[in-house]
Structures are given as C-alpha cells and as structure tokens.
Design a protein around this ligand. Structure first.
Ligand code: MG
Length: 280
C-alpha cells in the first residue's frame, strides 16, 4: 500500500470553491518522496507494522464518520475508479437527473483530487454544493480527510453525499471512509483485465458500473471476459452497464440509488445505506 512509500503523509487542503474565487492551483511540495526503499527484514517488519497502524487508525475514524452520518440520516457513497473512467461526468449527469428521480433529498459532493478545483467547478456548475479535497502527493482519500471535507460541506440531515475519490485503482480500496456503499466505475476504454489486475478494488465494491458502453462498437473490449474476471474477485456485487454521456443504462443506476436512500426521507435516519456496508 501507499504507506510503504509514504505518500499518505503529504499536505492536504480542503477548499470550498464557492469561497475560493478560483485560486485552486497552489501546490504543496513539502513532502519528501524517497524511492530508495530498503528491503531487509527489519525494515519490512517495521513497514508492515506502520501500515497496520495507519489502517487501524483510519478504520476508527471511518467508524466515527459512519456513526455521525447515520445519526443525521445522510447516505454517503464512495465513488472509485481509475483516472478518466468517468466519475465526474457520471456525477454531473446524475445530479442533474436526480432532481427529478430522488425527490426532495438534497445532494452534495466531496471531490478528491491531488490538485486543482477543476472537478469541483464542474460539480458546482450543476448548482450542487461541493467541497474539493486536494491531497497533494496523496493518492487516495482517507477517513480523516473526509471528516474535514464533511465539516466544510456541512450537508443537511436526510441527504445524499457523493464522495468522488482520487482516480486510482489501488490505494483507495484500502481506506474505509465511513461510506454507506462503495461504487467502482470501470470503463470500456481501460481493457477487460482490470478486475484481475486490481482485485482489491473490485472485491471491495458494493456496486460495479461499466461506463462508456456506447463506445463498444469501436473498441476491442471483451465484456464477457471483463465480467468473468470480475466474478473471480467479487461474486456478488451487482453490475450495471451504462454510458454517462449517451445516457444508456442510467435508469438502472438511478434505481439502485433510490434503493440506497430508501427510508432516509421518512426521517428515521438510521436505516440509510441499504445498498451496501453496515451503518451505525
Ligand atoms: Mg473526476
């Protein structure tokens, strides 16, 4: 995991684009990144212990996030994929369409990227409340970052929060954020071997979306081979084929989302997260 090379230790910034006036292109380079990794047994033991400590601390913070979200009836969904799979495009389309399909439930977004406000600005363009977390050298969101993001975002009770993770099929799989469910977005432009090459990411999914299916006529992507690989690492997660740009298959995605938030609007607040991992 990335704790081995220390990339989780970089400077993190939480930016509210509505208050930043677009000055989101600063840099944080105060984190030395040494690729000369020693590999003797003592160092390896130390590294494993450090990784376990990092993940254990993250799990505690994630549990606290999950508890607070559940108490307020907020469904948080962690969207993960490689860079360019279409997370932000799917989000902007979904947010625009959800106004009708999810009724009165407010939607807001926590955006994760190493740098820039570009995605937060796209989300903000839909009229949706958003905060951007810039992870600097970090390659994933963790529970502490999401806690900071949620405090800045301050989502209303009985609402939906999409967390767009940093584009990466490796480390985000290891860090629980306190989400109700994990949605992994694959795309037809990536090649069908990704579930087998990055099994932890696909094994962690509560839902897998295959995006950009409108491009299949122009690609050599083998859907059945992709699906067979996925089923070797995750036998149960539902799979939906869609195109965030052309609109194919979005009804199934919205139906899944409606199931996820079922009960939230009733005001009970503690039953959120039907689509995935335990809440509370
Ligand atoms: Mg994005």
């Amino acid at each position: 995991m990335c704790a081995t090379c220390g990339c989780s230790g970089g400077a993190v910034r939480v930016v509210d684009p509505a208050a930043s006036h677009g000055h989101g292109h600063g840099h944080s380079h105060d984190h030395p990144h040494d690729h000369d990794h020693p590999h003797d047994d003592a160092d390896r033991t130390h590294t494993i212990a450090f990784e376990q400590a990092v993940l254990a601390k993250n799990d505690d913070l994630a549990a606290a996030n999950r508890r607070r979200l559940a108490q307020r009836g907020i469904v948080a969904l962690n969207l993960m994929s490689s860079p360019g799979a279409g997370k932000t495009t799917l989000l902007t389309r979904t947010i625009s369409d959800l106004t009708a399909s999810l009724g009165p439930l407010p939607v807001s977004v926590v955006e994760g990227d190493q740098e820039t406000l570009l995605d937060a600005e796209r989300i903000s363009g839909t009229g949706c409340r958003v905060v951007q977390i810039n992870t600097g050298s970090g390659c994933h969101l963790d529970a502490a970052m999401v806690d900071r993001g949620l405090r800045a975002l301050d989502p209303p009770e009985r609402s939906v929060v999409f967390i767009e993770n940093v584009g990466n099929l490796v480390c985000p799989a290891l860090f629980d954020l306190g989400e109700a469910a994990r949605v992994v977005i694959a795309s037809t432009t990536e090649g069908e071997d990704k579930p087998l090459k990055y099994p932890q990411m696909f094994a962690a999914a509560d839902l897998v979306l295959l995006n950009k299916v409108d491009l299949l006529p122009y690609l050599a992507f083998d859907v059945e081979a992709w699906l067979a690989g996925l089923r070797r690492v995750n036998a149960d997660a539902p799979v939906l084929r869609l195109s965030a740009t052309a609109g194919d298959g979005l009804d199934g995605w919205y139906e899944w989302l409606r199931g996820c938030v079922a009960g939230v609007g009733s005001g009970s607040g503690t039953e959120a997260g039907a689509g995935g991992r335990p809440v509370g």
